[in-house]
Design a protein around this ligand. Sequence first.
Ligand SMILES: *Cc1c(COP(=O)(O)O)cnc(C)c1O
Length: 423
Amino acid sequence: MSNYKLGLDFALELDKADTLSSYRNQFHIPKDIDGNDCIYMTGNSLGLQPKKTKAYVYQELEDWATLGVEGHFNAKNPWLNYHESLGEHMARVVGAKPVEVVVMNTLTANLHFMMVSFYQPTKTRYKILIEADAFPSDKYAVESQLKHHGFDAKDGLILWKARKGEELAISDDLEAILETQGNEIALILIGAVNYYTGQYFDLKRITQLGHKHGCMVGFDCAHGAGNVALNLHDSGADFAAWCTYKYLNSGPGSIAGCFIHERHAYNKNLNRYTGWWSHNKETRFKMRDEFDQLPGAEGWQLSNPPILSMAAIKASLNIFNEVGMEKLIKKSKKLTGYLEFLLKDLGEDTIKIITPHNPEERGCQLSIAVKNADKSLHNKLTEAGVISDWREPNVIRCAPVPLYNSFQDVYYLVERLKAILND
Ligand SMILES: *Cc1c(COP(=O)(O)O)cnc(C)c1O
């Protein structure tokens, strides 16, 4: 039995009772052609801009203008160790220790850097296991790693598939794959929250299964960071990587996050690519020293980082730290549960929600298969001021984001969808 009710009044009631509702005003909401707020449901693709971001970026532009190179030491937020506070704030968002997290590079680049360290194939153990519906970039990255090490990408790739006629992958099937082929698998790389189905996997269980069979385990958290309680440290995963432009609202192409478990933090023997930013901070600028490995996730950095991008991340993370993931997730469950309730009222013969029903197995995104629909449905939604995401053949992905989406947004999303479907 759900406690939700139909009708606009109920949406307004929920908004009124929502202690996080004021955060919407801290974001720029795109407008439709009539100048009204869009129903923005694509925070899973590109998060909205916090109003504070401009000032944060502007501060760095100002310091660069007035200080030039001295900004490394004398900027209001000295650039030299700018990334350190970000690492700490980011660690809280993903449930890790500060030593385990660094903000650097971009997501796919970080996956490659992680594989340099954690994909160490041998003649007999060289395969990589991914989920069948993995994000294309991850699949391409993994295939290229196999080739790079001289393996055939088809032979080396093992797919964890949903059962025939089903959409969601089941842990028991993963266990079965590992029972039979575990000793050939060097690395398991899974999207923590699958981008297509919205399924949030049990990271701890997957990690334990993988480790039991001697595999390294990493997660792509692009759809998890800022969306679900990842608890990366407790999951025991060897590594994880995520972008900051989806739920973390840090701007298109903004630099990414990376997690390396504490157990690897002080291991200087791990294979890795290095640069001057992976070198001991105390002697980095002496320039002539032998390489001296920096401990922790920071030891995977290569270059001095892009401050303008980091300023946008800092602006966003300050909001996350003020709210805290716990409160955010609490609202998220309520908001997505409400969306699910309204969608179900449209009738199971019209729509089918692919995403798991269990709130512990999903974040805020619901992937909705619409019977007999084609892309014109998506275009009509866009005309009606609803920004959603279309995936062939018939799936709309909607992500009501607890930081800036309201219960009213969810109400109007479903009302407009209903109007189009009944047209
Ligand atoms: C968004 C996304 C990417 C994008 O990778 P970039 O390197 O940031 O372009 C990769 N993997 C997953 C799972 C994603 O959701």
